[in-house]
Design a protein around this ligand. Structure first.
Ligand code: GLN
Length: 444
């Protein structure tokens, strides 16, 4: 029964030592019982799910792993949560993440780092590290994360699970606490591609409360009907640049070889603006973040510091409530948007963004999908990069271009290097998730 399944996951979570969940839902068993007694027939009836802590859930605290949102309980559900509940899913709890989704390792959480289930000395990736780690550790069968510049795909790659960043506009962001809203999408994580498609059938779709939501019907689970005979693969040489681990590179080429054996063909393609994507992404993401995070001033949500007047209270709340990385990004973003520098940094980055998107349009006009490594290396060690923000940013080199362009991309396991999983990234045309899913499914 749904109750037994939920109880068994809650028991596993209770014994966990990876710090993947921040909170578990105290009404999960009750909700599961309701599914059983009500004879719910939804597509996810009784399926437990873990939710990243930046997705709003009524009655269940939502903190973005930040002290500033400590104790905040949203008065409404995100669009995806409404859809999940209606489909019969049982929310297990909220997962750990980098504070406000800013990071690649889940080390910047106010609640401490999440550990990689394959090796507890290593990071699970980020920022949806909790969502990937709990699926890898068998603490939840499926989860939701959010991907602004790789935050679903990176932890999927580092934890050996499957993670999809859907096309921008596919899934409503209503109720997702914004970090950089022109870049981010909610995305599912699971142990296999079919589960990703099933989740997409439930959570994707039009929502008038998100002005970037697109009205477009699609049945994602139809994607797995055909094989990859005749599929045209493009391999961008720029995704195998400086800093890529040789063994990771070899595994990706082995995977491409396997596609050739299955009847697909491949050719090299060039995406010349890739080298500017990282700089453009970080300027745009930090600029949007500096504006989005202005709303956290102690007046409305969560944590509030003492102060004799509003100005003192707000400034102390922000000083004490935000962590170091969040403050760094607010400062840099504010600088990039300020008068005199706006054209030089922000506007320039938007122009670069268009060039990056045109690279994708050109490459994807010739082939069906693009393939490359999700991350340049397997999971690094906890503490290895956290004091050097630039080296952390550089790890996102193969994931951020996809968000600048808004195209869909999946990461799926393609082998191991020194006992750690490696992710193959498959990128598709706008709204062509089904080709991406079909390609990923054939590989499993
Ligand atoms: N690592 C990237 C960043 O820090 C991506 C994060 C994300 O996708 N939320 O911005």
């Amino acid at each position: 029964s749904a109750e037994e399944v939920t109880a068994s996951y809650l028991e596993t979570i209770g014994k966990s030592c990876i710090n993947g969940f921040i909170t578990t839902w105290d009404k999960a068993l009750e909700a599961a019982r309701g599914i059983d007694t009500g004879g719910h027939e939804g597509p996810l009836a009784g399926v437990p799910i873990a939710i990243k802590d930046n997705i709003s859930t009524t009655g269940l605290s939502t903190t973005c792993s930040s002290k500033i949102l400590q104790g905040y309980v949203p008065p409404y559900d995100a669009h995806v949560i409404e859809k999940l509940r209606a489909a019969g899913a049982v929310i297990l709890g909220k997962t750990n993440m980098d504070e406000f989704a800013m990071g690649t390792s889940t080390e910047s959480s106010y609640y401490g780092a999440t550990l990689n289930p394959w090796d507890a000395a290593r990071v699970p990736g980020g920022s949806s590290g909790g969502s990937a780690a709990v699926v890898a550790a068998g603490e939840a069968p499926v989860s939701l994360g959010s991907d602004t510049g790789g935050s679903v795909r990176c932890p999927a790659a580092f934890c050996g699970v499957v993670g999809l960043k859907p096309t921008y506009g596919c899934i409503s962001r209503f109720g997702l606490i914004s970090y950089a809203n022109s870049l981010e999408q909610i995305g599912p994580l699971a142990t296999n591609v079919a589960d990703i498609a099933t989740l997409m059938d439930v959570i994707a779709g039009y929502d008038p409360r998100d002005s970037t939501s697109i009205n477009r019907e699609n049945t994602y689970s139809n994607a797995m009907k055909d094989d990859v005979k005749g599929l045209k693969i493009g391999v961008p040489e720029e995704y195998f640049g400086e800093g890529i681990d040789e063994d990771v590179e070899k595994l990706v080429w082995d995977a491409i070889g396997k596609y050739e054996d299955m009847g697909a063909s491949w050719k090299k393609v060039s995406m010349p603006h890739t080298k500017y994507a990282l700089a453009s992404y970080y300027i745009i993401a930090m600029s949007e973040a500096s504006s989005n995070l202005a709303r956290f001033d102690g007046t409305r949500y969560g944590f509030r510091a003492d102060g004799d007047n509003w100005h003192v209270m707000a400034s102390k709340t922000r000083a004490q409530g935000f962590g170091e990385e969040v403050k760094r990004r607010i400062l840099l973003g504010t600088y990039a948007l300020s008068a005199g520098y706006h054209d030089k940094y922000y506007l320039k980055s938007l122009k670069v963004r268009t060039l990056v998107k045109q690279d994708f349009d050109r490459a994807l006009a010739e082939v069906d999908v693009l393939m490359g490594p999700t991350m340049p290396t397997p999971a690094f060690r906890i503490g290895e990069k956290i004091d050097d923000p630039l080296s952390l940013y550089l790890a996102d080199v193969n994931t951020v271009p996809i968000n600048l362009a808004g195209v869909p991309s999946i990461s799926l396991p393609c082998g191991f290097v020194e006992g750690m999983p490696v992710g193959l990234q498959i990128i598709g045309k706008h709204f062509d998730e089904n080709t991406v899913l079909r390609a990923a499914y054939s590989f499993e």
